[in-house]
Design a protein around this ligand. Sequence first.
Ligand SMILES: [Zn+2]
Length: 151
Amino acid sequence: MPEVDKIENLNVPIIINQKRLGGNARSTVGTATDVYASLRLLFSRMGKPFVGYSNVFSFNNPVGMCPECEGLGFVQTVDVDALIDREKSLNEGAILFPTFQPGGWRLSRYTQSGYFDNDKKLENYSPEELDMLLYAAEHKPAKPHKEWEKQ
Ligand SMILES: [Zn+2]
Protein backbone atom coordinates (compact mmCIF):
# COMPACT_ATOMS: atom_id res chain seq x y z
CA MET A 1 0.00 0.00 0.00
CA PRO A 2 1.26 3.53 -0.74
CA GLU A 3 2.05 5.60 2.32
CA VAL A 4 -0.51 8.34 1.82
CA ASP A 5 -3.71 9.21 3.60
CA LYS A 6 -5.48 10.76 0.67
CA ILE A 7 -4.99 11.46 -3.04
CA GLU A 8 -7.35 13.92 -4.67
CA ASN A 9 -8.03 15.37 -8.12
CA LEU A 10 -5.94 12.92 -10.09
CA ASN A 11 -7.26 11.17 -13.16
CA VAL A 12 -6.98 7.41 -13.07
CA PRO A 13 -4.39 6.13 -15.58
CA ILE A 14 -5.27 2.76 -17.07
CA ILE A 15 -2.62 0.87 -19.02
CA ILE A 16 -3.88 -1.64 -21.54
CA ASN A 17 -1.95 -4.00 -23.80
CA GLN A 18 -2.61 -3.22 -27.43
CA LYS A 19 -3.56 -6.77 -28.18
CA ARG A 20 -6.95 -7.87 -29.33
CA LEU A 21 -9.37 -8.71 -26.55
CA GLY A 22 -10.53 -11.88 -28.29
CA GLY A 23 -13.83 -12.59 -29.93
CA ASN A 24 -16.00 -12.42 -26.84
CA ALA A 25 -18.64 -9.73 -27.26
CA ARG A 26 -18.63 -9.30 -23.50
CA SER A 27 -14.97 -8.23 -23.34
CA THR A 28 -14.58 -4.54 -22.63
CA VAL A 29 -11.81 -2.26 -21.42
CA GLY A 30 -13.46 -2.68 -18.03
CA THR A 31 -13.31 -6.48 -17.99
CA ALA A 32 -9.87 -6.71 -19.62
CA THR A 33 -8.33 -4.45 -16.98
CA ASP A 34 -10.42 -5.72 -14.05
CA VAL A 35 -11.32 -2.11 -13.24
CA TYR A 36 -14.86 -3.25 -13.90
CA ALA A 37 -14.98 -5.31 -10.69
CA SER A 38 -13.79 -2.32 -8.68
CA LEU A 39 -16.32 -0.03 -10.30
CA ARG A 40 -19.14 -2.45 -9.56
CA LEU A 41 -18.03 -2.60 -5.95
CA LEU A 42 -17.78 1.17 -5.80
CA PHE A 43 -21.24 1.72 -7.23
CA SER A 44 -22.78 -0.94 -5.01
CA ARG A 45 -21.30 0.61 -1.85
CA MET A 46 -21.44 4.31 -2.66
CA GLY A 47 -24.35 4.51 -5.07
CA LYS A 48 -27.84 5.67 -4.32
CA PRO A 49 -30.02 3.74 -3.91
CA PHE A 50 -27.65 1.64 -1.84
CA VAL A 51 -27.84 -2.01 -2.88
CA GLY A 52 -24.91 -3.57 -1.05
CA TYR A 53 -23.90 -6.21 -3.53
CA SER A 54 -22.07 -5.52 -6.74
CA ASN A 55 -23.70 -8.00 -9.12
CA VAL A 56 -26.56 -5.56 -9.54
CA PHE A 57 -24.09 -3.49 -11.56
CA SER A 58 -22.83 -6.38 -13.67
CA PHE A 59 -23.83 -6.46 -17.33
CA ASN A 60 -22.85 -10.14 -17.35
CA ASN A 61 -25.27 -11.06 -14.58
CA PRO A 62 -28.99 -11.56 -15.24
CA VAL A 63 -29.75 -9.40 -12.21
CA GLY A 64 -27.72 -6.49 -13.46
CA MET A 65 -27.89 -6.73 -17.22
CA CYS A 66 -30.11 -4.61 -19.41
CA PRO A 67 -33.05 -6.90 -20.29
CA GLU A 68 -33.28 -5.53 -23.82
CA CYS A 69 -29.74 -6.29 -25.02
CA GLU A 70 -28.75 -8.72 -22.24
CA GLY A 71 -25.72 -6.63 -21.45
CA LEU A 72 -24.19 -6.58 -24.93
CA GLY A 73 -25.00 -2.96 -25.69
CA PHE A 74 -26.66 -3.82 -28.98
CA VAL A 75 -29.50 -6.03 -30.18
CA GLN A 76 -29.18 -8.34 -33.17
CA THR A 77 -32.38 -9.19 -34.97
CA VAL A 78 -33.28 -10.65 -38.34
CA ASP A 79 -34.53 -8.16 -40.93
CA VAL A 80 -37.48 -10.22 -42.13
CA ASP A 81 -37.94 -8.09 -45.23
CA ALA A 82 -34.37 -8.85 -46.27
CA LEU A 83 -35.05 -12.55 -45.76
CA ILE A 84 -38.29 -12.95 -47.71
CA ASP A 85 -39.87 -11.43 -50.81
CA ARG A 86 -43.56 -11.10 -49.99
CA GLU A 87 -44.47 -10.67 -53.66
CA LYS A 88 -43.37 -14.22 -54.42
CA SER A 89 -44.64 -17.68 -53.51
CA LEU A 90 -42.38 -20.37 -52.05
CA ASN A 91 -42.16 -21.96 -55.50
CA GLU A 92 -41.11 -18.61 -56.96
CA GLY A 93 -38.25 -18.26 -54.48
CA ALA A 94 -39.85 -16.12 -51.77
CA ILE A 95 -37.13 -17.09 -49.29
CA LEU A 96 -34.14 -15.02 -50.33
CA PHE A 97 -31.60 -16.80 -48.13
CA PRO A 98 -29.02 -18.32 -50.54
CA THR A 99 -29.53 -22.03 -49.84
CA PHE A 100 -33.34 -21.85 -50.13
CA GLN A 101 -33.53 -21.72 -53.92
CA PRO A 102 -36.53 -23.44 -55.60
CA GLY A 103 -35.73 -27.11 -56.23
CA GLY A 104 -33.20 -27.29 -53.43
CA TRP A 105 -33.65 -29.71 -50.55
CA ARG A 106 -33.74 -26.98 -47.93
CA LEU A 107 -36.73 -25.26 -49.46
CA SER A 108 -38.43 -28.59 -50.07
CA ARG A 109 -38.44 -29.17 -46.30
CA TYR A 110 -40.94 -26.30 -46.29
CA THR A 111 -42.79 -26.89 -49.55
CA GLN A 112 -43.38 -30.56 -48.69
CA SER A 113 -44.25 -29.97 -45.06
CA GLY A 114 -47.97 -29.89 -45.84
CA TYR A 115 -48.40 -26.50 -44.18
CA PHE A 116 -48.21 -24.15 -47.14
CA ASP A 117 -49.85 -23.45 -50.48
CA ASN A 118 -46.58 -23.32 -52.38
CA ASP A 119 -48.01 -21.14 -55.16
CA LYS A 120 -49.52 -18.56 -52.80
CA LYS A 121 -47.63 -15.29 -52.58
CA LEU A 122 -46.45 -14.61 -49.05
CA GLU A 123 -48.30 -11.29 -49.03
CA ASN A 124 -51.52 -13.34 -49.17
CA TYR A 125 -50.56 -15.58 -46.25
CA SER A 126 -52.73 -15.41 -43.15
CA PRO A 127 -50.93 -14.25 -39.99
CA GLU A 128 -50.96 -17.89 -38.83
CA GLU A 129 -49.34 -19.13 -42.06
CA LEU A 130 -46.67 -16.45 -41.91
CA ASP A 131 -46.04 -17.24 -38.27
CA MET A 132 -45.62 -20.94 -39.13
CA LEU A 133 -43.19 -20.10 -41.94
CA LEU A 134 -41.06 -17.65 -39.98
CA TYR A 135 -41.27 -18.51 -36.31
CA ALA A 136 -42.33 -22.13 -35.74
CA ALA A 137 -39.96 -24.11 -33.57
CA GLU A 138 -38.27 -27.08 -35.22
CA HIS A 139 -40.65 -30.03 -35.31
CA LYS A 140 -41.83 -32.91 -37.49
CA PRO A 141 -44.86 -31.87 -39.59
CA ALA A 142 -48.09 -33.69 -38.74
CA LYS A 143 -49.12 -34.37 -42.35
CA PRO A 144 -46.17 -33.89 -44.68
CA HIS A 145 -46.22 -34.79 -48.38
CA LYS A 146 -44.97 -38.31 -48.97
CA GLU A 147 -41.72 -36.97 -50.47
CA TRP A 148 -40.90 -35.21 -47.22
CA GLU A 149 -39.71 -38.32 -45.42
CA LYS A 150 -37.07 -39.04 -48.06
CA GLN A 151 -35.30 -35.74 -47.61
ZN1 LIG B 1 -29.16 -2.66 -23.31
